[in-house]
Design a binder for this molecule. Structure first.
Ligand code: NDP
Ligand code: 2IT
Length: 446
């Protein structure tokens, strides 16, 4: 089987040789799907995985804008429209200096499987720019967003491609992008998700990714007659996903002892409570400050330039960015007694780290299953926009929970091994693949 996977990867490498993140994401999926397709030859005959690994369309464009000094700045904008077999392209926009085609293709590829897992009719896409919002004024961010949308508007639409937020793109950026789209097109439609609740946004969308990843862990623990109560938790990141992961963990009775950003991590042995979380939210979302301020304010330790993986815990949530947790980190986690890793971020664990988790047979929830709550509620936002109606918080939260429970169930269905061990990674890949693959076969060679 190894050779079949290598044969497949050779073809992918030939076309995408230098795109390391993209190749990493495809390999991780190929490890599950190539053997699965051997037993289900129709997928092999129709070359479904090869087709899924080739974007339907990639758009790259210039984004010029004027900074506050009146100087010209130029960034690069992207939208990867990966797969539309089961619905319009759907996926976030990332604004971060590390953004390049490889990063966005890996994210768009993952999104295809994730969106399929939600059970909602959404294809996969991702976009963004190498623009760095850090240190920019609101006026600069607005000018950038307007310039970005002045090109993007021709390629997106409520039934075509529906972007949302990701790293560096939150409520502020979605507002500026939506305003410019509406101004150019002259129509008020659900072209973006993550909108403000007063102008078409769904309640619970800001919370959805973080809440969803904790609901997923609760489901995994339920199978063992266990819960999050009194569990010691570590979290990386301090952004949207991290904040609402912490909120839900606190609500479920866990003790969260770390939070981080790209400068280092805070270790708070007493645990983050509601007051401290409100401080983080104000610091990160309003003041746009650095997480080390937390350590100063609450008199605890800040460990500069490091990630939190050496801190003893039961459950770890890598919630910042890709490849932030490597093989050595994974060994350390397992040695220190961590028995569950749930990915709020996309592809935060390296292949070596995943191997360690699987060998140790600990609970490992891959991002495409565990963090699907965000895009799921985006899908519910699209439904509400089409209905021209808004559901209350409770209704959306119940639907989010149901979707996560159903994702957990299909991961168990396809991922349970003879020994009883549940390989959630394989389960998520196969369950996400089947729906898209069958739709592609039904729609012919397009
Ligand atoms: P935010 O921009 O709100 O927060 C990102 C956090 O991660 C910040 O604390 C940031 O630190 C840190 N971070 C970003 N890049 C790096 C890096 N290269 N090294 C170290 N730390 C870094 O983004 P989100 O919380 O929305 O996204 C976090 C992760 O979750 C991403 O992988 C994203 O793709 C994924 N995700 C997001 C969803 C959503 O709905 N928003 C849905 C599903 C997945 P700093 O401020 O110092 O840059
Ligand atoms: O990675 C992701 O799933 C997201 N950034 C959310 C995508 C969305 O369309 O809500």
């Amino acid at each position: 089987m190894k050779t079949a996977i290598q044969e497949f990867m050779k073809k992918i490498e030939l076309r995408n040789g230098h795109e390391t993140e993209f190749l990493q994401a495809v390999y991780e999926v190929a490890e599950s799907i190539v053997p699965f397709a051997e037993h289900n030859p129709k997928y092999k005959i129709h070359k479904i995985l090869e087709r899924i690994a080739e974007p339907e369309r990639v758009l790259i464009f210039r984004v010029p804008w004027l900074n506050d000094q009146g100087e010209v700045e130029i960034n690069r904008g992207y939208r990867v429209q990966m797969n539309s077999a089961i619905g319009p392209y759907k996926g976030g926009l990332r604004f971060h200096p590390s953004v390049n085609l490889s990063v966005l293709k890996f994210l768009a590829f993952e999104q295809v499987f994730k969106n399929s897992l939600t059970g909602l009719p959404m294809g996969g896409g991702k976009g963004g720019s190498d623009f760095d919002p850090k240190g920019k004024s609101d006026a600069e961010v607005m000018k950038f967003c307007q310039s970005f949308m002045t090109e993007l508007y021709r390629h997106v639409g409520a039934d075509i491609d529906v972007p949302a937020g990701d790293i560096g793109v939150g409520a502020r950026e979605i507002g500026f992008l939506f305003g410019q789209y509406k101004r150019i097109k002259g129509e008020f439609t659900g072209v973006l998700t993550g909108k403000g609740p007063e102008w078409g946004g769904s309640l619970i969308r800001p919370e959805a990714t973080g809440y969803g990843v904790v609901y997923f862990v609760a489901e995994m623990l339920k199978l063992r007659n266990d819960s999050l109560k009194d569990k010691r938790v570590i979290v990386s990141g301090a952004g949207n996903v991290a904040q609402y992961t912490i909120e839900k963990c606190i609500e479920m009775g866990a003790l969260v002892v770390t939070v981080s950003d790209s400068e280092g991590y805070v270790y708070d042995p007493e645990g983050i409570d509601a007051v401290k979380l409100a401080f983080i939210m104000d610091l990160k979302n309003q003041k746009r400050g650095r997480i080390k301020t937390y350590a100063k304010h609450f008199n605890c330790t800040f460990i500069e330039g490091q990630k939190p993986w050496s801190v003893k815990c039961d459950i770890a949530f890598p919630n910042a960015t890709q490849n932030e947790l490597d093989e050595a980190d994974a060994r350390l986690l397992v040695e220190n007694g961590c028995f569950c890793v749930a990915e709020g971020a996309n592809m935060p664990s390296t292949p070596g780290a995943i191997h360690v988790f699987e060998q140790a047979k600990i609970l490992y929830a891959p991002g495409k299953a565990a963090n699907a709550g965000g895009v799921a509620v985006s899908g519910l936002e699209m439904s509400q926009n089409s209905l021209r109606y808004s559901w209350d918080r409770e209704k959306v939260n119940i639907k989010l929970k149901q979707i996560i429970e159903q994702i957990h169930q299909v991961c168990v269905k396809y991922g349970k091994e003879e020994s009883g061990y549940i390989n959630y990674g394989r389960g998520a890949n196969i369950a996400g693949f089947v729906k898209v693959a069958d739709a592609m076969i039904a729609q012919g060679i397009v």
